[in-house]
Design a protein around this ligand. Structure first.
Ligand code: DAK
Length: 261
């Protein structure tokens, strides 16, 4: 695996763990880190051996405390525009990555950090994690699609409550409103994320990636279109060897062995 300055990448079989590694800055996302994340996911898309990715933050305090404010404070309009474009590109890359991406949220997930977590497919949080969109305290709106992904996850009311006040909520409250999917003890977070990733990695990879596509794209469509799209992807599963293997294994009362083809 390629090495990076601001990311730690560990591959364990079919699972890759990428940790944002700027603990002194609470893993704030600066331009260099965003560029590395972009490169990381671009390269990983070509690696068929990877079946699930976990994103976490290095250190015990933060997942990601937002975009790097020290870098943005004197930004000019055109640089800010490029910054926005890069951020949107990276988060879309994660959202559309062809295999599941799990956020293991170990601490502060604020602003761009909360938006990064929302770009992932599933959010596991430590009991110590904290969430918020505090951009209004800085004179800006959320800019990495927080105004769009948050209401889709938690509804308009809760999204507005968080975004208009900039309030920071704990993991339990985030779970109650639907911002996170599961809360675990801090020392169990990475193990829980790896167990979940391993469980997903053992399933038929093409079916998993089509399910991700059907959910991501389908929720943006009218129901009739979405059902038609689901049917197309369902049909496409029958072009794979894994569909034959999965159903044959069931009939033969044995465990399937999926190849991702
Ligand atoms: N950026 C840069 N440095 C940060 C940082 C951040 N977001 N968050 C923390 N740090 C740094 C602190 O400055 C401090 O550095 P030193 O003083 O040690 O040099 C170090 O990390 C430790 O932080 P604290 O000393 O503040 O630690 P505390 O435990 O006291 O407080 C905190 C933790 C997370 C409550 C606090 O650090 C905090 O409020 N941080 C800022 C959180 C925040 O406002 N996050 C949102 C950032 S704005 C855009 C798209 C997206 C965005 C922007 C533009 N475009 C479309 C262009 C996104 C914006 C954001 O995310």
């Amino acid at each position: 695996m390629e090495s990076f300055n601001n990311l730690i990448v560990e591959k364990d079989g079919a699972i890759v763990v990428v940790s944002i590694n700027r603990p002194k800055e609470l893993n704030a996302l600066n331009l260099a880190t965003m560029q590395e994340l972009d490169k990381f996911f671009e390269t990983l898309e070509e690696d068929a051996s990877v079946r699930a990715v976990i994103i976490t933050g290095n250190g015990d305090k933060a997942f990601v405390a937002g975009a790097d404010i020290t870098e943005m404070v004197n930004m000019k309009a055109l640089t800010a525009r490029d910054w926005a474009r890069l951020g949107q590109k990276v988060f879309s890359r994660i959202e559309n990555f062809s295999r599941p991406v799990i956020a293991a949220i170990n601490g502060f997930a604020l602003g761009g950090g909360c938006e990064l977590a929302m770009a992932c497919d599933i959010r596991l949080a430590s009991e110590k994690a904290k969430f918020g969109q505090p951009e209004v305290n800085l004179g800006i709106t959320p800019g990495f699609a927080g105004t769009q992904r948050l209401p889709r996850l938690v509804g308009k009311g809760q999204a507005k409550l968080l975004t208009f006040t900039g309030d920071i909520i704990d993991a339990q409250e985030a779970k109650t409103i639907g911002l996170v999917d599961k809360v675990v003890a801090p020392e169990e977070l990475l193990t829980a994320a790896k167990t979940l990733a391993g469980e997903i990695a053992a399933k038929a990879p093409v079916a998993v990636s089509y399910a991700k596509l059907a959910i991501n794209r389908g929720v943006e469509m009218e129901s009739e279109q979405a059902y038609a799209y689901e049917a197309e992807l369902f049909g496409m599963c029958f072009t794979t060897e894994d569909q034959t293997e999965g159903m044959t294994a069931f009939v033969e009362k044995r465990k399937p062995c999926f190849k991702g083809i």
